[in-house]
Design a protein around this ligand. Structure first.
Ligand code: FE
Ligand code: CA
Length: 526
């Protein structure tokens, strides 16, 4: 969907008679019915996120001309009314209010709705002037002890040029209670051009305007707008709550704290990129005010207790980690075993340790960005190599976490990851080098929504990896998402894939399903 010609500022303001007099920080009192009578300010859709038992966040952004630097609006605040109802026709309004969309947050609104019933479906919409948004749908979390089972998805890595976002539509049709987005919501690099199509990763569609690599806040805002115009992604956002996090591409490929992969990016440059990237991430994500960035920092790790069944810890493996070693790629890197290396930083690690011991839930879930379990391949000179951008690049940090999990009175450990653009299922053992070491849980790596293009089901080299990694039970390199259905006794994960993302609107299928038994901790294919 391309929107090259939006309304200009005069058209947006058309119909306003008298000049506006605006005090700092006050909302403009629009002559309500006439504003946005001719233009749609809701081009980027609506979204909900970070569900709780009594509410959730609802989000929109006013942008009548979404690819213009200011979304096509003047630098003044606007009133946005919101409503929440039990029915799609919005007949009875349960909650309502007015939020102020301000230019310093790109005219986005983040409303934290409270006081609702647990385990219920709600609908919401926004109004700005004469314009009504589409109606979004969202579920509150079940009350503690009230849920027999819960279904949610994990997904991420949506490279625009690599493929259609069919998987987002299919995920919404599967109707899970919410989806955890592990990151790579945007890709920040120079737009890929169709005429550079010499590779095995064809450009399925170009980013309109072929934007350059994101360097400024305006670049990042434009990139989010481009992505958010995708109708499949908008459909998913309007259908269910997202639990957003971010990985590297929301800032820069492979960043680690304040160090960059790119020799030309200094720590000071990265600080600016982080500030711009986090700002745009917040502006376009249905998250709470607690996740509003402070300059180059943002509090992105947070927990969700799900109906007495799961304690989900959303982690941040980028902001506080040690610098990349051996280029962050496949390497036999001696520094990987340095006990001083960290993925979470001391403060977040303490929080995770406390949470691992705190929950009475049968499942403790680490929802995070990069693969956690050990994975090796035979490299040059028969040396065993791992990917240094993943937890294999911080072995002691992984061991510390597994040690705490093994002592904790809380339930089984389930790690959800992404970034690899592959589906994987792994057993998690206290000592990943020992096949007989104690079983603590399982890891499910979610493939990409589109990144990497069509991909293949089973490559021949997967067999070699499985031989070297006996705890690795499954690999697949197609596109899609993973669906988790959990009860007290059993965890079930379905790997959902589309055959191609280079062709629009294909169906989804379950490539394989796995179960984890809460009592024995065994991971079995079913
Ligand atoms: Fe990715
Ligand atoms: Ca990534």
């Amino acid at each position: 969907m391309t929107r090259s010609s939006g309304p200009n500022r005069r058209e947006v303001l058309g119909g306003l008679g008298a000049p506006l007099v605006i005090g700092l920080g006050t909302a403009v009192a629009w002559p309500a019915p006439r504003a946005f009578a001719e233009t749609d300010p809701f081009t980027l859709g609506v979204a909900s996120g970070d569900p709780a038992t009594d509410g959730f966040v609802i989000w929109t952004r006013l942008a009548p001309d979404p690819l213009a630097p200011d979304g096509g609006l003047p630098a003044i605040p606007f009133d946005v009314e919101w409503q929440v109802s039990r029915s799609r026709d919005m007949a009875q309004v349960e909650r309502r209010g007015t939020a102020v969309a301000t230019p310093d947050y790109a005219h986005s609104v983040h409303v934290e709705v409270e006081g609702l019933q647990p385990g219920r479906t709600y609908f919401y919409r926004f109004r700005a002037g004469a314009a009504l948004s589409t109606v979004g749908r969202v579920k509150t979390l079940p009350a503690a002890g009230a849920a027999r089972s819960v279904r949610f998805a994990s997904a991420g890595c949506q490279h625009y040029e690599d493929g259609w976002f069919t998987a987002w539509r299919r995920l919404a049709e599967d109707d899970p209670d919410f989806v955890i987005h592990y990151g790579d919501y945007i890709y920040e690099g120079n737009a890929r051009r169709a005429d550079q199509n010499a590779t095995a990763r064809p450009v399925v569609r170009e980013l309109p305007g072929l934007p350059r690599r994101c360097r400024t806040l305006a670049d990042f805002r434009n990139r989010y707008s481009l992505y958010k115009l995708d109708p499949d992604l908008q459909f998913a956002h309007a259908s269910l709550a997202f639990v957003p996090s971010f990985d590297d591409h929301e800032v820069e490929d492979g960043w680690a704290a304040f160090s960059s992969f790119r020799p030309r990016t200094s720590p000071a440059d990265l600080k600016e990129l982080r500030a711009a990237g986090f700002q745009a991430w917040y502006e376009h994500s249905p998250v709470r005010k607690a996740q509003r960035p402070q300059g180059a920092s943002v509090l992105a790790y947070r927990g969700f207790r799900i109906g007495g069944l799961a304690n989900i810890l959303v982690l941040d493996t980028r902001q506080y980690r040690s610098p990349q070693i051996c280029g962050g790629v496949w390497a036999a890197c001696p520094e990987a075993s340095d006990p001083g290396r960290t993925m979470l930083g001391p403060e977040q690690e303490r929080w995770v340790d406390a949470q691992l011991g705190a929950g009475g839930e049968p499942w403790t879930v680490l929802a995070q960005q990069v693969p956690f379990g050990r994975l090796v391949r035979k490299g040059a000179l028969e040396k065993q190599e791992s990917i240094m951008d993943h937890w294999d690049g911080a072995e002691a940090a992984r061991r510390r976490l597994l040690d705490v999990a093994s002592r904790a009175s809380s339930g089984r450990l389930i790690v959800l990851s992404g970034d690899a653009h592959q589906n994987r299922a792994l057993e998690l053992r206290l000592d990943p080098r020992q096949e007989t070491s104690r079983l603590l849980g399982a890891e499910f790596v979610a493939t990409s929504i589109a990144s990497g293009g069509d991909g293949i089901d089973q490559a021949r080299w997967f067999g070699r990896l499985e031989a070297l990694n006996p705890h690795l039970k499954y690999m697949n390199q197609q596109r899609g998402y993973v669906l988790h259905s959990i009860s007290r006794e059993r965890w079930r994960t379905d790997f959902r894939v589309v055959e191609q993302v280079s062709v629009k609107d294909l169906p989804i299928r379950t490539a394989v399903s796995f179960r984890v038994d809460a009592r024995t901790c065994e991971l079995t294919r079913s």
